[in-house]
Structures are given as structure tokens and as C-alpha cells.
Design a protein. Structure first.
Length: 132
């Protein structure tokens, strides 16, 4: 019974950490801080890759499909929804939240649940991880 309550407590703490991290990363996502130097060009490059992707299937034009880092392909569905700073920042914020969970899993596998929770908490509130 003690093991079950410990698992539930760990899950509760982890979910609370993920909710905290989500709030810190998604609250006023579009307004704070001002756009970084690379955010707007990354969104524009994603939209250019969309045009290259569709022309890839054209029999007259067969360009190389690789057009830069994977982040451009990851931003593509979000950038196609709306040309907005929020839709450029949203996938990065979601990846940031996912790394907190992955940090917990790595800490738990290498050490124990306490180390996983502590490391994921520190990453959740780390200022550079919040705004980069």
C-alpha cells in the first residue's frame, strides 16, 4: 500500500510541475519578451519550406528536400495556421514542457524518483529555459 501511495504522490508532484511549467511558458506567450532575432526568420523559412515541399512532388522541379535544421519542419504546421508570433513560439514552448518530463524520466532511470523530480523542478523554473 505504501508503494501505491508513493507512486500516486510522485505522479501528483510531476503533474503539478508540468502544470507550473506550462503556465510559466504559455502565459502571455506572444507578448513577453520581444521577438528574438531568429524567431521571425524561422517562421518565414518554415513557410518557404512549405512551397518547396509541394514543388518536390512536381515532375518538373525536383529540389533537394533538406532545407535546414529540423526546427523549420517542426514549425511548419504551426506557421501555416496563422502568421503570428504566438504560433512560432508555441511549438518551442511545447518542446520545452516536454523536456521537463524527459528530464524526470532520465533522472528517475539514472538515480531515483527524487532526483528526477528535483531535476525537473529546477528545469521548470530555470530562467534560460523559460525564455530561450
Amino acid at each position: 500500500m505504501n508503494s501505491l501511495s508513493r507512486k500516486n504522490r510522485t505522479k501528483f508532484i510531476l503533474v503539478t510541475l508540468l502544470l507550473l511549467a506550462s503556465f510559466l511558458r504559455l502565459y502571455e506567450l506572444e507578448s513577453l519578451p520581444p521577438p528574438w532575432v531568429d524567431e521571425i526568420p524561422n517562421g518565414e523559412m518554415s513557410l518557404e519550406i512549405k512551397d518547396i515541399f509541394w514543388s518536390y512532388f512536381s515532375p518538373t522541379l525536383m529540389p533537394s528536400f533538406y532545407e535546414g535544421p529540423m526546427i523549420f519542419y517542426f514549425l511548419l504546421p504551426f506557421a501555416m495556421l496563422k502568421k503570428s508570433l504566438m504560433f512560432i513560439r508555441l511549438p518551442i514552448a511545447l518542446c520545452s514542457i516536454a523536456t521537463i518530463y524527459l528530464t524526470f524520466l532520465i533522472g528517475k532511470d539514472l538515480f531515483d524518483e527524487k532526483v528526477g523530480l528535483l531535476s525537473s523542478f529546477l528545469l521548470a523554473i530555470f530562467p534560460l529555459h523559460l525564455y530561450m
